[in-house]
Design a protein around this ligand. Structure first.
Ligand code: GLN
Length: 322
């Protein structure tokens, strides 16, 4: 069926005063509920494989801190690769532009856990959001923070305002037990000298970041600084400069959803970062940050109905960076 495209913007960019956000969320929830069951849960670890396909939550955090939420927005889930946004921010804070000597800023067009390009690009990952890039980012954090794991938890707690954020030992352990590809990737990068710390320590940090349990509200708040020119209202602190916030957003747009980033830009038009736990965070620059969660994934490893919810959100609000 041919899609009906909008002729007129629903809303002028940045002015959301005319939008009935609770009603828009209710419409999205109703449509998503009718499609419960779609997609496949990640089955490489038990903790993800047993999450039922009837969970859906969504939370919006406006610039003034107002929260709109619906469904299972307070149920914690495994944030997985969403954490790559936070670790990237921490690494940039520590080493600035020097990070780009070790990780590139190009979309990969390959799956998130691909090793293909690494050999002919001599151990320099295409971007910080594919697993290879996140492992190099983890290595940078290990080199620059005295207590890397505590620093990550502290960063997450300060950004989200939730003291409960923590790693899930069971998830982290099964990530390691099933992590053959990540272990191979880290060792491969090490062979090019682009990981300098003990490979196991880098992997432990990476598995911890994947295992963090957070809910939609926590996660939307944790990236609020990206919708507010780098300022985090939750902690009252500037996290990054305005310019760095725009750059992190641009990387989320080009690489945050891996080899579906083109499709996300096409249908959603907002910077976004997904994880195989079924969460996706997105940013409407200068307006709001959001998070959606539905555990069933599409073939690219992005939440099937999370992606649909963001597509409908963009249509119903007219919010887009384009
Ligand atoms: N733990 C997963 C992995 O390392 C995270 C990937 C993801 O969320 N896309 O493969």
């Amino acid at each position: 069926m041919r899609e009906r495209l909008q002729n007129k913007p629903v809303q002028n960019q940045f002015d959301i005063s005319g939008l009935d956000l609770p009603a828009i969320l209710a419409t999205i929830e109703q449509e998503v509920r009718a499609r419960f069951g779609e997609g496949e849960v990640a089955d490489y670890i038990d903790a993800l494989a047993k999450v039922p396909l009837d969970r859906f939550g969504m939370a919006l955090v406006l610039r003034d801190g107002t929260i709109h939420e619906i469904g299972d927005s307070r149920d914690p889930f495994s944030i997985q690769s969403i954490s790559k946004v936070h670790t990237l921010t921490m690494a940039l804070d520590a080493v600035g532009e020097a990070l780009w000597e070790r990780v590139d800023r190009e979309p990969s067009g390959d799956p998130f856990n691909s090793l293909l390009q690494l050999e002919y690009e001599k151990g320099i990952p295409r971007n910080p959001f594919m697993n290879a890039g996140a492992l190099v980012v983890a290595d940078v954090i290990l080199s620059n923070y005295a207590k890397p794991e505590e620093a990550l938890l502290e960063f997450m707690r300060a950004r989200s305002g939730s003291a409960d954020v923590g790693g899930d030992d069971v998830v982290a352990k099964s990530e390691r037990e099933s992590g053959f590809r990540n272990i191979a990737t880290a060792n491969f990068i090490r062979s090019y000298g682009n990981i300098v710390n003990d490979v196991d320590a880098v992997l432990d940090f990476y598995f911890l970041q994947c295992s963090l349990g957070m809910n939609c509200v926590d996660l939307a708040r944790s990236v609020q600084f990206l919708s507010h020119s780098g300022f985090c209202d939750v902690s009252g602190k500037r996290v990054v400069s305005w310019e760095l916030a725009t750059r992190i957003n641009s990387l989320m747009m080009t690489a945050g959803t891996y080899d579906a980033a083109g499709d996300f830009a096409f249908y959603v038009g907002l910077p976004a970062k997904s994880g195989v736990g079924g969460g996706i965070v997105a940013v409407v620059p200068h307006v709001m940050s959001l998070c959606v969660w539905y555990p069933g994934l599409d073939e690219k490893g992005n939440s099937m109905l999370g992606r649909y919810a963001l597509h409908r959100f963009a249509q119903l609000t007219g919010l887009s960076v384009f």
